[in-house]
Design a protein around this ligand. Structure first.
Ligand SMILES: Cc1ncc(COP(=O)(O)O)c(C=O)c1O
Length: 384
């Protein structure tokens, strides 16, 4: 029977897309000894493919880590990291500004499984020590926080967690490892929604968990496989291709983002820009100390206005398209009504939030687009 040996021998510059549910062996002895003979331990597609392993190695390298496990989405990566280690009876601390799906998972599913879930104020820093209990198992962080962009003092929290034997995970999607390397700051698990910057083209969902500990890797490899969190090799190929241009995109999008944010900060109809690279942002000092890139995502609060003024703003946009997600080459605008914040513990605002993801269209064109959309917003305000 022909095998993929021909494929492996073919010297293509691009990675091979290797599909498999079934993995075959030349002899029963090879099958019985598979774990010893194949360091990657392939025996069935659910544990991954060589294409997936290649992507995992690339991500681990970029994160400055020893190991990586990929999952079918950023959300799946967050849940896999939690499910690998958190059990009924444990206490788990979650930043109030973490990605909403993680909070929902913690509060709806884990809490029902007898996990004591506690949301903490993102700016807590080393004072998180006061919240640690004998059964605290994991601290879940994200910096800057989802939508409201609060910076966290990650090294301080990681130090306290290590001292108490508590695991830490950080959703590092905003910075990417080019901007911040969580593992170098004492965090146990660096999580990326590869859906965003890594893939870069809004056409694939993926997540990754990078780490240094081999023991943690064994747990997460098993968790990934037991939960059936397998990733298609075609999707791995797309993320591998995206990563070839990651540094260029992160740099170019970051430059444009800072320009657009500075422009908005000066605009009469903008009350507040939530973006740590701006000197005016409360998280600026931590961002400047720890981060190397600007990110491409920020939020703003407009001068208060009725719902129809927000419709006028969004519907006037030409370059920005209205849609969830971020980190791709096309600029996106998303709307978060005031109620979402009001229902949050430690809310950052009681106003509606507009979130912008800056792509590669060029800062001038994007500023002009925002200027005319703000003019429409202003017109709707004055016709009140
Ligand atoms: C910060 C952050 N983390 C995780 C996720 C989840 O990623 P995915 O959409 O791939 O599940 C998102 C998605 O918007 C996100 O913004």
């Amino acid at each position: 029977m022909s095998t993929n040996k021909e494929q492996q021998a073919f010297g293509s510059l691009s990675p091979a897309v290797m599909r498999a549910s079934t993995v075959v062996f030349d002899s029963l002895d090879d099958f019985v000894q598979r774990k010893k003979r194949q360091p990657d331990g392939f025996s069935y597609g659910v544990t991954g493919t060589p294409t997936a392993r290649l992507l995992e190695r690339r991500i681990a390298e970029l994160e400055g880590g020893q190991h990586c496990v990929i999952a079918p989405s950023g959300a799946a990566a967050l849940m896999t990291a939690v499910m690998g280690f958190v059990r009924g009876g444990d206490h788990m601390l979650v930043s109030a500004a973490c990605y909403g799906t993680l909070k929902t998972f913690a509060e709806k599913w884990l809490a029902r499984m007898n996990v004591d879930v506690e949301l903490y104020q993102p700016a807590i820093g080393a004072e998180i020590e006061a919240l640690i209990k004998p059964n605290t198992r994991m601290i879940c962080m994200e910096s800057p926080g989802t939508v409201t962009m609060e910076m966290q003092d990650i090294p301080a929290i990681a130090r306290v967690a290590r001292k108490h034997g508590v695991l830490t995970m950080l959703d590092n999607t905003w910075a990417s490892p080019l901007g911040f390397k969580p593992l170098e700051h004492g965090v146990d698990f660096s999580i990326e929604a590869a859906t965003k910057f890594f893939s870069g083209h809004s056409d694939v969902l993926m997540g990754s968990i990078a780490m240094n500990s081999h023991a943690h890797y064994d747990v997460l490899r098993e968790t990934q496989s037991i939960l059936g969190q397998q990733v298609s090799p075609e999707d791995c190929f797309l993320v591998l291709r995206g990563m070839e241009t990651l540094a260029l995109r992160v740099h170019a999008q970051g430059e444009s983002t800072l320009e657009v944010a500075r422009f908005l900060e000066q605009h009469a109809l903008v009350e507040r820009v939530m973006y740590p690279p701006l000197e005016s942002d409360p998280g600026h000092a931590i961002w400047e100390r720890d981060f190397k890139t600007n990110g491409c995502l920020f939020s703003l609060i407009l001068k208060p206005g009725p719902e129809r003024a927000f419709h006028a703003f969004f519907d006037s946009l030409q370059h920005f398209v209205i849609g969830a997600s971020w980190g791709g080459v096309h600029s996106l605008a998303a709307y978060y009504p005031a109620a979402l914040q009001a229902n949050r513990p430690f809310p950052a605002t009681d106003q509606p939030v507009v979130r912008l993801s800056i792509g590669l269209e060029g800062a001038d064109a994007l500023q002009a687009d925002l200027a005319q959309a703000l003019a429409a917003y202003g017109k709707a305000l004055s016709s009140n």
